[in-house]
Design a protein around this ligand. Structure first.
Ligand SMILES: CSCCC(=O)C(=O)COP(=O)(O)O
Ligand SMILES: [Zn+2]
Length: 215
């Protein structure tokens, strides 16, 4: 257990990273209808002062305002008095941090991720076979085959958490919520972004490939 204090600099760096990623993803249309949420951890994973900065709930994520993010503790409670509400999906972030010890988590809703989650719902995972971009997950096997887990979606977010706990695969830095969106994570914001971009590429590839197969 470490008790190194979180510095103001560390918090500012987390907010700057989130601001940059939020703008980039918004420019790609990855936050339709206020959907999506982003977080970056500050403080050591195993320490008592672990916190993360997360997007405030229900905001237009294509806009930048001073009220875009707030800091919450490892149970998802705001660290300071604030009128802002953390993302409605904060508990999913808490669980992914707890399970993986990662440094950043990004969640987006896209048409491709929603379609493939339904296409492969019977299987409960999205298969990807031998595509080069699997290497973005640091999986370097020749012709690697991976399965991206899909879990049930519920309006009541705490009901989603146990299945995330159960299905999270330590080799795969992401989990798909059925007809909802992808959660991708990494050791830091740079890695979480790389993983999210790779997932979105692979979902589009799987979708288009399935159309060609059914011709
Ligand atoms: C309008 S999309 C429904 C909520 C959701 O799935 C999402 O990702 C955004 O919720 P938040 O509370 O983080 O704004
Ligand atoms: Zn969502």
């Amino acid at each position: 257990m470490s008790f190194a204090a979180i510095t103001l600099e560390e918090k500012q760096r987390a907010l700057a990273e989130l601001t940059e990623v939020k703008q980039l993803f918004a420019s790609r249309g990855w936050f339709p209808g206020t959907s999506g949420n982003l977080s970056v951890r500050v403080g050591e994973f195993a320490s008592d002062d672990f916190q993360f900065a997360i997007t405030a709930s229900g905001k237009d994520k294509s806009k930048s305002t001073p009220e875009d993010f707030l800091f919450v503790d490892q149970s998802g409670q705001p660290c300071e008095r604030t009128n802002l509400k953390p993302s409605a999906e904060t508990l999913i972030h808490c669980e992914i941090y707890r399970m993986t010890g990662c440094g950043a988590i990004f969640h987006v809703h896209t048409v491709f991720n929603n379609i493939v989650s339904e296409l492969f719902w019977d299987r409960k995972s999205i298969p990807v076979d031998g595509v080069e971009l699997i290497k973005a997950f640091n999986i370097w096997d020749e012709d690697a085959q991976i399965e991206i887990p899909i879990v049930s979606n519920f309006a009541h977010i705490p009901s989603i958490v146990p299945e995330v706990t159960d299905r999270l695969d330590p080799r795969i830095p992401g989990i798909m919520l059925r007809k909802h969106g992808i959660y991708a994570w990494g050791a830091n914001a740079f890695e979480a972004k790389r993983h999210l971009e790779a997932f979105e590429f692979l979902f589009e590839y799987v979708y288009r490939w399935s159309l060609l197969q059914n011709k």
